[in-house]
Design a protein around this ligand. Sequence first.
Ligand SMILES: [Zn+2]
Length: 416
Amino acid sequence: MVKTVDAETPAAVGLLERLVDINSGTMNLAGVVRVKDVLQPQIEALGFTVRWNPMGKLDGRAGDLVAEHPCPMGPGKCGKRLLLIGHMDTVFDANSPFQKYEIVPGTDGRVATGPGTGDMKGGLVVMLDALRAMKAAGVLKDTEIRIVLSGDEEDAARPISISRKDMIDAAKHSDVALEFEDAFRDGGLDGKDAVRIGRRSSITWHLETSGKSGHSSVVFGDKLGYGAIYELARIVDQFRTQLREPGLTYSVGLVLGGETAVLDSEKTGGTATGKANVIPPTALAVGDIRTLNEGQTARVKKAMEEIVSKHLPLTDAHISFDEAYPSMAVTPGSEALLAKLQQVNATLGYAPEEVTDPAVGGAGDIAFVAPYVSGLVGVGAMGTGAHAVGEVVYLDSIPKQAKRMALLMYRLSEEK
Ligand SMILES: [Zn+2]
């Protein structure tokens, strides 16, 4: 498997360039389909049955690629049943100035830049590279593997019950999930490779407050009370002082208030009017919460609701939470999987991987399958600068990760 990966590296890097040069911003549905069209025959050539589930009519996104490699001896008879997760979209839309794959000058050809190089077209290449090595070694045939690649990881369609159905269904028939998102290398190009076994959630909240309006000279009085902006300020300040706990963050991203306050449809801006001498009747804020586990999510939501409910005189307030990206908590199952990965590192002569704090980095698709399977987060290509123009991938990480994943998947398929 190691020899195959080494021999295939130039082809793997060529495939990465080809994939990166196709714009596949989440809302560029045709671009996501073009990425799928490149991947599908390569996955089929490995012996998988590939199904394309178009979602344009269903949820306004391109769709999911779903592939299955059945165990020839019957379901569940090829060791651990594996689920490989990834996505074909990027955050860079069709009008982005960042469109092409390029080697970064002055890096001896070791670093490439381009939209999605790390997040996560590099990971798609790692996945294919590992499976190809298993096939060449004759060990792919006795495996049970499902692949689900979403077309909208960077901006998942709601409801989640539609947009993540393929992934969740596959998880129900799997034991282990490997998520080929970009991975960290601590210290940069020549730093230490890292992996994660947990991911935090990402939840957006909306707060609206209201109050009586009138002349500011009687604010705090019996007739008009405190106004909507003091109520909003009370709430966000009590959030700041009362909710803190390890691993949890919550932030206020946007505030509007006054005589009028209207959020725009994108929820990234809006308009407000008001006067210095008028008590404001309306205010709103938008923010997020990131949690380590679902218990923490429930706890912080309840505490926020309690703070919101203790209104200042003659004001009202209401908080709502959007359908979230859940958390993937660290579990004994994922810790056991990590131990197996470290054994793989030892076999390959690699240093043990560092384990990145789940508080670092964003939410991801693996959290949707975490209730059903143990998993590793970020076993794809390593690089830096994801989601920003100038994102890079460390090209040596592609064969390195492919070797790790080929050996790990093989060993998992040999387990009872
Ligand atoms: Zn990603």
